[in-house]
Design a protein around this ligand. Sequence first.
Ligand SMILES: [Cu+2]
Length: 163
Amino acid sequence: MRKTLLALAMGLITTTAFAGAGHGGSQAAVSDADIDRTIRLEAGDMWFNAENLDIAPGDTINFKIVNTGNLEHEFVIGDAKAQQEHREMMQAMRGSGHGNGGNGGHGMAGGEQGASMPSVTIAPGDTAELVWTAPQNVDGLEYACNIPGHYEAGMSGHIDFQG
Ligand SMILES: [Cu+2]
C-alpha cells in the first residue's frame, strides 16, 4: 500500500514537472519550426478582410483569425463543393432545431467530408489559430464562414496557389 502511494506521488511530481517545463501554452501538434508562414486574417460581421490569399503549395500556414465582430464566425478551408455541402449541413442542423441557435450546432464541421476540411470557430472578440498545410496538387480552394447566412453575405474568399 505504501509503495503504491509513493509511486503515485512520484508519478504526480513527474507529470507536474513535465507540464511545468512549458511550451508556452501551445497546444498545437505542429511546432513553430514547422510553420512556413503566419497569416493574420480579420473576420467581422459578414466579411473577411481579404478576398483572396496567395499560398505556396506545400507551405504550412498558421492562420490567426481575429473576430472583431459581434457574432460568432468560423473559418473553413475546402473546395467549393465541400463548402457548399458544409453549408447545407449547417442549415439543416439549424432547421432541425439542433444546437442552441448561438452556434448553429457547430463543432462537427462537415461530418464525413469534414475530415478533410480544416475549420475553426471564433467567438466574438477572440483570436483562433488554425495550422494547415497547403496541398501540392489542387486547383482552387475557398475559405468561408458557413454559419447560415454568412457565406451569402460575403464571408468567403479564394485561395490562389503560387507557382
Ligand atoms: Cu460568419
